[in-house]
Design a protein around this ligand. Sequence first.
Ligand code: DON
Length: 568
Amino acid sequence: MNRIKLLLLLFTVAARTSNLYGADTAPLVQSKQGMVVSVNPEASDAGLQILQSGGNAVDAAVTVALALAVTFPEAGNIGGGGFMMVWPGAGVDPVCIEYRETCPAAVGRDTFLKENRQEGHHTVGVPGTVRGMGLAHQKYGRLPWASLVAPAIRLAQAGFPVDKTLASGLNRLIEQTGEFPEFRRVYGKADGSVWKPGDRLIQPDLAMTLSVLATDGPNAFYEGQIADKIVAEMKAGGGCLTHDDLAKYRPHVRVPVHTTYRSYDVFAPPPPSAGGTQLIECLNILERFDLAALGPKSPRAAHLLAESMRRAGCDRVRFQGDPEFTPVPARLVSKEHAEQVSHSIQLDQATRSEDLAEDLKLTDEPPSTTHFSVADGAGMAVANTYTLQNSYGSRVVVRGAGFLLNNEMTDFNWKPGVTTRAGQVGTEPNVMAPGKRMVSSQCPTFVSRDGRLQLITGSPGGRTIPSTVLCVLVNVLDFQMSIRDAVDAPRWHHQWFPDHLQFEHLGDPEYAEQLQILKQWKHNFGSDIKKLGDGYRRQGDAHSILIRDGTLYGASDWRRTQGKAAGW
Ligand code: DON
């Protein structure tokens, strides 16, 4: 290793910090020039190399997104959609590049009334990721598009080592996906044996698709040979998506929702993300209480978090939909609204969700989505969350093209008017309509102070997403935790219905007293909540960057894989 490389390595100190929350953690990485934090080491390294070769944060984010489509197929994608928050730097307002999927033209509000399957061709929404990345690049990119796609092509062609999570995910899916032969062909091992950590996954069809995108540009996904393959796949499997749906798909540049929180500014994605508005509503409620004085392990702080989440969750069900189709009230993110809804919060008694609005109940969502954060040395940053909805989406791999399609149609209110105690939501704002975007919980977030970016975060986790982001923000802004501890700290979640307060460390003796008091205050922890992971439920995967005095501190989240914070 030459001297310069050695010095660089020493500078990007990957030190294990003291961790308040037990052995489960990952390194905190410190750097000055640039940082990429994602769920996958190959993708983080690919993004870092783009920064090192003169690319900015958006260039690196495009590369990370495409690399994750290769190395993290459960959620990384070109067949899904998401939200990219861009912090352009130097006094320019942040924007949200919204590339959420849309409803195909052939699908209307009642199309799936009698359909219960949550996977398969009918669940595929018009994918937004490729045009979303194209728009981000066109608006902000510095390096040529083809050079940003190249690392993903290399990873698909040469392969990469499968980790424990991917090996077990693929083995499980291959066993289950009898009706999806292309999934087995693309993700199965050539000799038919099971995947083991360290095996190489090579994806020649995906390499070919990415090469077409590199040479012909993002539109090649929507018109031309890739579009032809998608439509052929749809016809073969009885899906609804057509050439016209693909050609008409457009991402949007949107103005983020914003609030002040104590001395900070917080920016998150606007509708059709409900997650951004939920986060802002929670913060506006919590600002009315002195959380710092209460401390992170106080029952009252947890109670207030829960009550804010409950109210924001209820408002989501009432109001949230695609703003092009349904008016989403701007007051949801106002201080006045927070004041109004706070009146019903009692300090030592949980509100019954029933009492906020009757006859409505929410469903849970299965994994997976992924979030990554990027900052370059020149003040530009990206918070990107994108998804296929379920883990491995619809399970439909486009024949001969090597990539998975989303099952994002399941984020619509599937059965209009049917809002049941069994957990379905059928409220009007989020019913299906041709061309409409389904509501999302995704919530990539920026926090700044005096115009300077301080925190980049976000998470997967379906309806738990805004709760996870809220926990990270409160941990940093109120409880003054390091970003390592803020990411590691056990997380809370409430979504209004089911009327359950979720906590990652349920059953941990360290929290017994706190939980006992919360139970006395009538919080319901739900008999169906199982302990997951190493004895504990795991919520989200918040790959985050904290910026203090010009230094970038990257903390990957270890909850799904170890992830990687790659600093320069
Ligand atoms: O956009 C949404 O809200 C969902 N499709 C996200 C799904 C998700 O986060 C699952 N991941 N763990």
